[in-house]
Design a protein around this ligand. Structure first.
Ligand SMILES: N[C@H](CCC[C@H](N)C(=O)O)C(=O)O
Length: 286
């Protein structure tokens, strides 16, 4: 087994491990879940796999539950910084391929700051997918276990369900998040955001991620929340999105083309010891 080398970064506390394809090919999905585990592994909100070749950077995103995501905003900023750190890119804009569409990234003069052109917000429910026969789903009454909540749907390449609230309550994110993530109307599940509009240029959001649960920050969630609020004419073309982990800047171009800018920090390099996989299920089941 070649050394299992990982690089750990975070974007506003949304942390990711990065590895080469040759490393990922040696791992099963169950082993990736262990590596992302907060106690039995390195701990991470997911694994970013550098899947391209020298001239065509391609990003695969694996959630901590082992599911694969089409796109990740913080993941793309981290991948762009990783490519810069290993000398594969400079400060010029460059294209990155993802399962959720091609995006353009740029590492600023200060390499802690990265901008990603995240593509066009798509309000068609079929893009998520969602089993609702409407051209767009805005303020739709979604029936949950004990209540009905008005939701709006948007795809950033990955699926998002946005819930507008008067006052953000993170306990409500934990209560509604799993119900909506796993609602049968979403055949591939969905990411969930609760959104409070502070003013026409400022949002506060709480995030429940598909396949990851509560996270400190999410780039695609910031894009999704801002896009729905733009669609509902609650914000202007430049929006600061505040999350528990910090703030991202979202800017809208023509036809809901979304640009996202924000920080990335490197935490370190990690080499995995095979002993990590040696244990069985020693838990006492409580
Ligand atoms: N869990 C998400 C992918 C990561 C999104 C988030 N970390 C971001 O920064 O966009 C999904 O299954 O679509």
């Amino acid at each position: 087994m070649t050394p299992l080398l990982f690089h750990k970064y975070h974007g506003l506390g949304n942390d990711y491990l990065v590895c080469e394809r040759s490393v990922a090919e040696q791992l099963s999905i169950e082993q990736i879940r262990i590596i992302c585990h907060r106690h039995y592994g390195f701990g991470s909100d997911g694994l970013l796999i550098d899947s391209g070749d020298q001239h065509h950077p391609t990003l695969r995103i694996i959630n901590p539950d082992g599911s694969e995501a089409e796109k990740s905003g913080n993941g793309l900023r981290i991948y762009a910084r990783y490519l810069f750190d290993i000398g594969r890119v400079g400060h010029e804009p460059f294209l990155v391929r993802t399962a959720g569409g091609d995006v353009h990234c740029r590492v600023h003069e200060d390499p802690h700051q990265i901008t990603v052109e995240m593509g066009r917000a798509n309000f068609s429910p079929a893009a998520l997918p969602a089993l609702i026969e409407q051209p767009e789903v805005l303020n739709y009454p979604l029936k949950l276990a004990d209540e009905t909540r008005r939701v709006s749907l948007v795809s950033m390449g990955n699926p998002h369900c946005v819930v507008l609230v008067d006052k953000l309550d993170l306990a409500l994110v934990h209560r509604l998040g799993p119900q909506i993530e796993n609602h049968p109307v979403f055949p591939k599940r969905t990411n969930v955001q609760l959104v409070e509009v502070v003013d026409r240029n400022t949002l506060r959001i709480g995030i429940w991620e598909r396949g990851a649960g509560f996270t400190m920050a999410s780039g695609s969630s910031s894009c999704a929340a801002a896009s729905v609020m733009r669609k509902l004419d609650r914000v202007d073309n430049r929006v600061s999105v505040n999350m528990p982990g910090g703030q991202l800047q979202i800017t809208f171009g023509e036809d809901f083309q979304v640009s996202m800018s924000g920080p990335v920090q490197k935490i370190g390099r990690l080499t995995l010891d095979e002993d990590c996989f040696a244990g069985g299920d020693d838990s006492c089941g409580f």
